[in-house]
Ligand binder design. Structure first.
Ligand code: PMP
Length: 352
């Protein structure tokens, strides 16, 4: 019998369910309810499978170049990966080896703690303020081995001002500060431009949310040339050919459809406003969201009960059975039709 004591012992990250029912309303993993841009669908159809006999470029090739052009920077400042999870995992392996504690908010994307454990990075979870916002002063003047902050934060949905983030970056010049901007297109203030000013800043983005491409798996980081080189060196030492040809071609196509991108986001923001209002009428209290999801609690009915009752109706939202947040629901902003079904389901559950 193999001795399992020799295995890496890890409390794994638990992704949101991917249920598969024809009648389901899926508002549990912050996917975009709208399809990818028409140019993406066209590029996917036109992709020539004959190219698959070759290895793809190790650096993301044309996708990296187009991303650089899109943001008005050099390709040397861009690192592409298989979703931002892949990008963040490589950053954790590359940048946090000082032996000092990595700082990240106590309530945030739960993968940060999993990577810290997996890669044996010591860490400190910094409590949020009572109103679930992040206090920038907690990250200033304190010895640390790096900082990771999601902005907007998840699952709270709330954003920090770019000026506050800049204070944190400026106060930690020796350490890498990672700002995970997975949801920034839905209302947050990006610090992407600060990558030209601070060589300790890495901004991470994804195609999964605002570009409706969670299934393709594309994420990227923007940082100084030196940091990008260091991250690339680690990635190439694990798996050089991470970005496959379809991802490169199809991902590139989405960058050309700015109008579709903006229109889709505007629709989601409009539905978000309506969702918050209708939830309020049903007795929910919701944090001000800058993301494509909301974080909400009901005045009298426990979140777990609502989550379970909704699930029986094939309406899926996210419930975290964790201290501090176990009376909240995270609900992805879907289409208006999906929100109608959610509200109708909630009215039945709450007898309204
Ligand atoms: N960062 C945050 C804050 C997220 O919520 C997610 C989505 N689970 C990710 C990163 C990863 O997204 P992806 O790997 O699809 O780019």
């Amino acid at each position: 019998m193999v001795n399992k004591d020799n295995f890496r012992n890890i409390d794994p990250y638990v992704p949101g369910d991917q249920p598969d029912f024809a009648d389901m309303v899926k508002l549990n993993t912050n996917e975009n309810p709208y399809p990818p841009a028409p140019a993406v669908l066209k590029a996917a159809e036109e992709f020539s499978a004959g190219r698959l006999k070759l290895y793809p470029p190790t650096d993301g090739g044309a996708l990296r170049r187009e991303l650089a052009a899109y943001h008005g920077i050099s390709p040397e400042n861009v690192f592409v990966g298989v979703g931002s999870d892949d990008v963040l995992a490589v950053i954790f392996q590359t940048c946090f080896n000082s032996g000092r504690k990595l700082f990240f908010p106590e309530i945030s994307y739960s993968f940060y703690e999993v990577w810290a454990e997996l890669y044996r990075v010591p860490y400190c979870k910094i409590p949020l303020k009572a109103d679930f916002t992040i206090d920038p002063d907690d990250y200033i003047g304190k010895e640390n081995g790096g900082i990771v902050i999601a902005n907007p934060n998840a699952p709270t949905s709330m954003a920090m001002a770019a000026a506050d983030i800049e204070k944190i970056i400026a106060a930690n010049p020796d350490n890498v500060v990672v700002i995970d901007e997975a949801y920034v297109d839905f209302g947050g203030e990006s610090v992407l431009e600060l990558t030209g000013k601070y060589d300790n800043l890495i901004v991470v983005r994804t195609f999964s949310k605002s570009r409706s491409m969670a299934g393709l798996r594309i994420g990227y980081a923007i940082a100084s040339k030196e940091l990008i080189q260091a991250i690339s060196d680690v990635k190439n030492s694990i798996n050089s050919y991470t970005m496959n040809f379809p991802s490169i071609e199809v991902g590139k196509a989405s960058l050309a459809e700015e109008e579709y991108f903006r229109t889709t986001i505007a629709k989601i923001l409009k539905t978000r406003e309506r969702l918050v209002k209708e939830l309020s009428d049903l007795g929910f209290v919701t944090f001000p969201s800058s993301a494509n999801f909301i974080f909400t609690t009901h005045k009298s009915v426990p979140a777990k009960t609502i989550f379970e009752e909704l699930r029986k109706k094939h309406i899926f939202v996210r419930f975290f059975n964790k201290p501090l947040i176990n009376n909240y629901l995270r609900i992805t902003v879907g289409t208006d039709e999906e929100v109608d079904k959610l509200i109708a389901g909630l009215k039945e559950i709450l007898n309204k």
